[in-house]
Design a binder for this molecule. Structure first.
Ligand SMILES: NC(=O)c1ccc[n+]([C@@H]2O[C@H](COP(=O)([O-])OP(=O)(O)OC[C@H]3O[C@@H](n4cnc5c(N)ncnc54)[C@H](O)[C@@H]3O)[C@@H](O)[C@H]2O)c1
Length: 277
């Protein structure tokens, strides 16, 4: 059958940052493919809201929520042990959690998004979640996948900014002095490029144990951003528009299933063509 290899019945997927905009989409995609999904995030409240939306469309036994801060190694280990004790083997790990502060402009005397002023504590926090978090989760869940001989899949959610630099003209605010213009922070580029490096490393590290690792690099998702921003960004995209949030579902289903069984170590750009222009 044509779509047999997409079937994830009997598999369990753990998604980090699962209560966010795309985390919910990844969760819905994998539920649609038949997997049991463990939605993890830092806040119980947002997880409860996400759960109540997704549970309407599937067997409640196939969704589980779990508070898990990906920057805390001990917390990840405790969550893993709880899941294993409940008889769940994590077959698929989606490293999706990130801190992506909206680029607004401080309108003060110092624009902290700019490289010259970017606070070290913000660098440390964002790297801890977006990059170190992916390493820590892969260390715990990937090691377990490799150990028992049944293999698995790790999917890192990167960004089109893993391969291109942010176009800072997108974030410009009329009337602000050059030094006060907000920018996409340096952390975003570093984290996303780092995730591609992690992807390549992991893809070979456990390849002989049947653990594959790929990255998905989405382009900007429309989520009510201002008209001027949307117009400027759309003009940089050959398809002429931002993505809808559900447009990555099929790619997640492909990359997490046997349908992509011979794909390993790749960074799949799904950006309306922005990075080829
Ligand atoms: N939305 C886009 O346009 C877009 C484009 C390209 C890439 N991405 C990437 O997709 C992923 C999801 O983005 P999104 O738009 O859904 O963002 P989002 O902010 O809606 O979701 C991120 C989630 O991560 C969670 N999180 C933050 N700190 C955490 C921590 N310490 N531990 C665990 N979870 C934590 C947040 O609570 C949130 O639910 C990110 O990696 C992002 O960089 C998004």
């Amino acid at each position: 059958m044509a779509f047999e290899k997409f079937d994830l019945t009997g598999k369990t997927a753990l998604i980090t940052g699962a209560a966010g905009l795309l985390g919910m989409e990844h969760s819905a995609a994998l539920l649609e493919s038949g997997a049991t999904v463990v939605m993890t995030d830092i806040s119980e409240t947002t997880l409860d809201t996400a759960h109540s939306q997704l549970v309407q469309h599937c067997n409640p036994a196939r969704i589980r929520t779990q508070v898990m801060d990906v920057s805390q190694p001990q917390v990840i280990r405790t969550v893993a042990e709880t899941l294993w004790a409940a008889g769940l083997r994590i077959d698929i790990l989606v490293n999706n959690a990130a801190i992506d502060p909206k680029v607004k402009g401080d309108h003060g005397v110092l624009e902290t998004s700019r490289l010259e002023n970017f606070p070290l504590d913000q660098w440390n926090l964002q790297v801890a979640v977006g990059l170190t978090g992916a390493f820590l989760c892969s260390q715990v869940f990937g090691t377990a996948m490799a150990k028992d001989g049944n293999g698995g899949v790790i999917l890192n959610i990167a960004s089109d900014l893993s391969v291109i630099s942010p176009d800072q003209r997108l974030y410009r605010k009329e009337g602000l002095h050059e030094d006060l213009q907000p920018v996409k922070p340096v952390t975003y580029s570093v984290i996303k490029a780092g995730l591609v490096g992690l992807t390549r490393y992991l893809s070979t590290y456990w390849a002989d144990k049947g653990v594959r690792c790929n990255a998905l690099s989405p382009g900007g998702v429309f989520n009510g951003q201002g008209e001027a921003f949307v117009k400027r960004l759309s003009s940089l995209i050959p398809l002429g528009r931002m993505a809808q949030k559900d447009e990555y579902r099929a790619a997640v289903q492909f990359l997490c299933s046997d349908a992509s069984g011979y794909m390993n170590g790749q960074n799949i750009l799904m950006d309306g063509g922005r990075s080829v222009w």
